[in-house]
Design a protein around this ligand. Structure first.
Ligand SMILES: [Ca+2]
Ligand SMILES: [Ca+2]
Length: 365
């Protein structure tokens, strides 16, 4: 037994030199600038710990593996750049960026992560950038968690990549969209988006596929356009338990060409446009609640078909509850009442849709 323990100890000792190469580098104690510290990292698992201060730099991490860049615990660390991006992570993997404030960047984005994988950005804040707040391009496996983006000219967070998670972030006063994403297996969970100049969350950048996104428990308040928008090519996404209020356009719009999406248990209230604007094919709309829509509760457009509307509740819309223009869809066990127009109005031949067991206060054909 003793021999075995010795053997294990020997093995551990043999493995130690590799681990021992990981260094802790302090800024400004060891290097005056963050970039100098980044350049000095060589091994795997290095940690750069930055002490309180404002660093006037545009820091770039290129070809780095297993590197952590973080503010010292309890220290307020600002990386400020007048025009260029304050922090860029490129061609790197296993990078952890934590508790940094990225400011300025009037000519660019606040944080760029590109051509990288396995990157975690945690507890950072971005403000003042002249383009997007955080931009993740051509990446796989990036998580942005508990970050704040505010007062940026472009979108709050822009994603073009696969397996990207946006968790518990706050976006305030983005000039364009709060979050705009395209890619496979994206997760947008528990974020707060307030007062952005365009849409709250957009799935789709171009017409290529955004497949299998999960958008859950986000709160979108005061978007100048739609709260959530599924663009053409957003397929097989799940939009679940989001809250959308005070929008200037529709609560949720699903564009023509988006297919096989599930929109369930979302709460939409006090929008200026429709609660839901539906153009899509094979959409499933279940147990959503729309209250005080400025137009229709559900405007089901003439280009939509093969959708299921099940157990949705619509009250107090300024126009109709359901305005049905689409075809070949099923309306089952929905409730609509106290809407200013008709609770349900059919502009297509009723025979193209199935109505089963709904509770509509008023109905017109
Ligand atoms: Ca719209
Ligand atoms: Ca609309």
């Amino acid at each position: 037994m003793k021999t075995m323990i010795l053997a294990v100890s020997f093995l551990a000792a043999a493995l130690l030199p590799a681990a021992a190469q990981a260094a802790k580098i302090r800024v400004p104690a060891d290097f005056p600038t963050i970039q100098a510290a980044v350049n000095a990292t060589t091994g795997y698992g290095d940690v750069i710990e930055v002490s309180q201060g404002t660093y006037l730099e545009a820091v770039s991490l290129v070809f780095k593996d297993e590197l952590t860049l973080q503010a010292k615990k309890g220290h307020k660390v600002i990386i400020q750049s007048a025009a260029a991006t304050p922090l860029t992570v490129s061609l790197s993997s296993c990078v952890h960026v934590k508790n940094l404030r990225l400011e300025g960047a009037t000519g660019s984005s606040g944080l760029d992560v590109n051509l990288s994988n396995d990157v975690l950005v945690e507890g950072c804040s971005v403000s003042g950038s002249g383009q997007d707040g955080i931009r993740i391009l051509l990446c796989g496996g990036v998580t942005v968690e508990d970050c704040t983006v505010k007062w940026v000219t472009g979108s709050g967070i822009l994603v073009y990549g696969d397996n990207v998670c946006l968790l518990g972030n706050t976006v305030l006063h983005a000039g364009w969209n709060g979050m705009r994403l395209e890619g496979l297996a994206l997760t947008v969970d528990g974020n707060t988006i307030k007062d952005c100049g365009q849409r709250g969350i957009v799935l789709g950048l171009s017409d290529t596929t955004t497949e299998g996104a999960l958008v859950v428990k986000n709160r979108i308040d005061g978007a100048a356009q739609d709260g959530i928008y599924l663009d053409t090519g957003a397929d097989s996404c799940v939009i679940l338990s989001n809250t959308i209020l005070r929008g200037d356009d529709d609560g949720i719009e699903v564009a023509l060409g988006a297919a096989d999406n599930v929109l369930q248990q979302n709460n939409v209230s006090s929008t200026i446009g429709d609660g839901f604007e539906v153009h899509c094919w094979y959409g499933s709309f279940c147990k959503n609640k729309v209250k005080k829509a400025g137009n229709d509760g559900f405007w089901v457009a003439g280009d939509s078909s093969h959708c299921l509307f099940f157990k949705n509740t619509i009250t107090s819309s300024a126009s109709d509850g359901f305005q049905v223009n689409g075809q070949d869809s099923t309306y089952m066990q929905n409730t609509a009442n106290k809407n200013s127009g008709w609770d349900c109005v059919l502009y297509v031949a009723p025979g193209t849709n199935a109505f089963i067991d709904n509770k509509f206060g008023t109905i017109a054909e």
